[in-house]
Design a protein around this ligand. Structure first.
Ligand code: TRP
Length: 338
């Protein structure tokens, strides 16, 4: 895909402590994309904290999650001089834009949005009234997300499959505003699926997810990471039996995180037979520690000196507002014929 000169925007919700699966599937690719895009275009990355309050009402928990996610991205190499990096809630222009967009968003769009439908389905299964526990923030989630996207004249949004619909809604809303006022008031965004070039299964073989309790923590202590690695499920085939690596969970995990040379060595060891699971786990552990140790130190440092991170986020918000303000004014000019 040609990213030359494009504006690319990514939002991350601070909803849980991060694991190696998040790192491989989302964090690392987003940061690599940032380095690439910022050479010629504009890379925008933000923490979607207003989206998070729809689900998280524990303020102290949310405080911790907001802090953690900002420090994780910085520690993993997001460069705030290259990428515009901020907290969503520090950009008030988004909320003026949201109010405008609301007026052009058919209610039916919201009824069809996945997040809302999933919540209704859950209620149905529990035998509760359809809208039980559903707040307007969740219901109108796609409008705030459209505002996130449209406020910066975004060209492209890298998404996982679950977010495609949201970008389509944003494009639809922008399209109807442009059609009504017969000019390009808002830029129509597209998405591209950055479908985890790599996905990591969890230590039990299901998708790695906090809710399955099968994660390898990203910035855990050595002991915590070791404990998770040593509990990766294995079978009881003879150590000397030749094996098909594709059928071995450990191999899938190691392939996502270890350097190619290590992956190759394990592949051959399994195919020939003779390489034990214990040995492979030690190699995996070493690879993980090699990948994360330095980043973990940076992370701990950022967490301990959050004032510095706050300064970076404030700077980021300033840059974001400087882009969002003229887009908002242009939109107000159109809708009020100012
Ligand atoms: N909805 C996204 C998620 O759940 C987060 C998000 C909010 C976002 N606003 C966005 C992503 C704008 C891309 C663009 O992960």
């Amino acid at each position: 895909m040609d990213l030359q000169g494009k504006t690319i925007l990514t939002g991350v919700k601070p909803t849980g402590t991060l694991h190696i699966g998040n790192y491989v599937g989302a964090i690392r690719p987003a940061i690599e994309l940032g380095h690439h895009v910022s050479q010629t275009g504009r890379h925008i990355m933000f923490v979607a904290d207003y989206h998070a309050i729809n689900a998280i009402k524990d303020a102290v928990l949310l405080k911790r999650l907001r802090k953690e996610i900002a420090c994780v991205y910085l520690a993993c190499g997001l460069d705030p001089n290259q990428s515009i990096f901020y907290m969503q809630s520090d950009v008030p222009e988004l909320f003026e834009m949201t109010t405008i967009l609301m007026a052009y968003t058919p209610k039916g769009f919201m009824n069809k949005a996945h997040a809302y439908k999933a919540a209704v389905d859950k209620n149905h299964i529990k035998g509760e009234p359809a809208d039980s526990g559903i707040n307007m923030g969740l219901y109108t989630y796609p409008v705030l997300m459209a505002s996130d996207i449209l406020s910066y004249d975004t060209d492209l949004v890298p998404v996982g499959k679950d977010q495609i619909q949201h970008v389509e809604i944003a494009a639809d809303i922008a399209g109807s505003i442009n059609a009504l006022y017969q000019k390009e008031v808002l830029k129509i965004p597209s998405y591209f699926v950055q479908e985890a070039s790599q996905t990591l299964p969890g230590i039990d073989g299901q998708k790695m997810s906090k809710s399955y309790n099968n994660v390898i923590p990203l910035f855990g202590t050595d002991a915590e990471i070791k404990k998770a690695v040593m509990s990766i499920k294995t079978d009881c085939q003879d150590i000397n039996a030749p094996k098909n690596p594709e059928e071995i969970l450990l191999y899938h995990i190691i392939r996502g995180i270890a350097p190619d040379t290590v992956v190759q060595e394990v592949k051959e060891g399994l195919e020939k037979g003779g390489m034990g699971y214990g040995t492979i786990k030690k190699m995996l552990l070493a690879s993980i520690l090699q990948e994360v140790s330095e980043k973990r130190e940076k992370y701990n440092n950022y967490m301990a000196h959050f004032d510095d991170v706050q300064d970076m986020l404030n700077e980021g918000a300033k840059k974001a507002r400087a882009i969002a303000r003229p887009v908002l004014e242009r939109t107000k000019d159109a809708v009020f014929a100012r």
